[in-house]
Design a protein around this ligand. Structure first.
Ligand code: ASP
Ligand code: MG
Length: 420
């Protein structure tokens, strides 16, 4: 008997028919003798629908008070899902009980709309499991110190599932989704993209952070921190396929760097269009300036990604960085309001039509010349690189958004990812 956490995405929960299929699949695992905790997302489109309603009523930039209410609102999508799934399981003859995050409780900080899980109480869940119940817990949400409902940011149900698996020390966390695993890149951009049967946790972290939409990045961080065995697999296989076959399908996220992985220098190409670039021109080149700029941005709770400072001329330099596109307007506000006046410049430029493309691979640690190969293939396509950033297992470039697909395809080919 193993303790298994299943997570089902919005598409898998998209209709009563699909929820019935989820219930049948879960029941199959229960009949095989396992203890099951299930974490579903809201029915597909529901979170967007709810947030859309809010937007109709408050189209202006929401403030802190509104963020609290957005969480109150958006958390209901998952509450509907857990109730329906529990009913469907009961109809399958499985004893099941559902909980909203606050009932477990799943404790988070108070950063509404992007809260972080701090702890999960396991007593109630363990007691139910011991009684032979399937426990269904809402994804995406929790409760803060003061008792307010919080949500974890879009795609947060993945993180809920992994955090629940970590808290219960589950044997495996299976993320059922509408793709059948992790691919070398998005198959919608490169039809030749291949599914990886294993990917290292570090590579997954880089790919998830780059917007390979398969898993929310926080969930991968959690899995790494608590070493939760994690598998991404399709929820569209027939529910009655043999359990052994299902348990071995999809992509396993591994912690061991085996030799096979060492051989693939680049494992995948990640990309995203979610960022925007901001440049401040003519800032004084002296100690403390980067802190002055980015400190103010951090204080506003805005995450910064790629950062570049140019060589200075006559004691002045240019400073550029990227932020999430949703934070772009706020970033400009913070800079204009608090930062530029103290820097003695008003030359601020921004560009939202950029994208970031990365090559990711654990093998990059032990191979040289990988970045230059990347730059050569971009050059051959006539693509101008605006910014570059590197880590041990990743090289990223910021380029004009209109070349994104071209760049991804060229890199996929250049690193032989088309070939099995
Ligand atoms: N329902 C939430 C969303 O759409 C959370 C999730 O699906 O993971 O972002
Ligand atoms: Mg998702």
């Amino acid at each position: 008997m193993a303790l298994i956490v299943h997570k089902y995405g919005g598409t898998s929960m998209g209709s009563t028919e699909r929820i019935r299929n989820v219930a049948k699949r879960v029941a199959k695992w229960v009949r095989a003798g396992h203890q099951l905790v299930v974490v579903p997302s809201a029915m597909s489109g529901e979170t967007n629908r709810l947030l859309g309603l809010a937007k109709e009523l408050a189209p202006a930039k929401p403030d802190e008070r509104t963020h609290r209410e957005l969480d109150m609102l958006a958390s209901t999508g998952e509450q509907v899902s857990v109730g329906l799934l529990a009913i469907a399981l009961q109809a399958e003859g499985c004893d099941a009980i559902s909980y909203a995050g606050w009932q477990v409780p799943v404790r988070t900080n108070s950063a509404y709309t992007k809260a972080r899980i701090e702890s999960i109480e396991d007593k109630k869940v363990r007691a139910d499991l011991a009684q032979g119940k399937v426990v269904i817990i809402t994804g995406f949400q929790g409760i803060d110190e003061k008792g307010h409902i919080t949500t974890l940011g879009r795609g947060g149900s993945d993180t809920s599932a992994v955090a629940v698996a970590a808290a219960l020390k589950a044997d495996e966390c299976l993320i059922y989704t509408d793709v059948d695993g992790v691919y070398t890149t998005d198959p919608r951009v490169v039809p030749e993209a291949r599914r990886l049967s294993t990917v290292s946790f570090e590579e997954m972290l880089e790919m998830a952070s780059m917007g390979s939409k398969v898993l929310q990045i926080r969930s991968v961080e959690f899995a790494g921190k608590y070493r939760v065995p994690l598998r991404v697999l399709s929820s569209f296989t027939p529910w009655d396929i043999p359990i052994e076959e299902e348990a071995a399908s999809g992509t396993l996220i591994t912690f061991e760097e085996d030799e096979k992985m060492e051989q693939a220098v680049v494992s995948g190409i990640a990309f995203n269009r979610d960022e925007a670039k901001v440049s401040i021109l003519g800032v004084p080149d002296k100690p403390g300036i980067a802190f002055q700029i980015l400190g103010a941005i951090a204080d506003a709770n805005i995450e910064v990604d790629v950062i570049i400072q140019n060589v200075s001329h006559d004691g002045k330099t240019d400073f550029s960085f990227t932020v999430h596109r949703n934070d772009y307007a706020r970033t400009l506000d913070v800079l204009k309001g608090k930062v530029l006046p103290t820097l003695g410049t008003d030359r601020l430029e921004g560009d939202t039509r950029i994208c970031k493309v990365s090559i990711v691979g654990i093998g990059m640690r032990s191979h040289v010349g990988i970045a230059s190969k990347m730059f050569r293939s971009l050059a051959e396509e006539g693509i101008n690189i605006q910014m570059i950033s590197t880590s041990e297992i990743k090289t990223s470039v910021v380029i004009d958004e209109k070349y994104m697909e071209l760049a991804v395809r060229a890199l996929h080919r250049a690193f032989d990812l088309d070939q099995a």
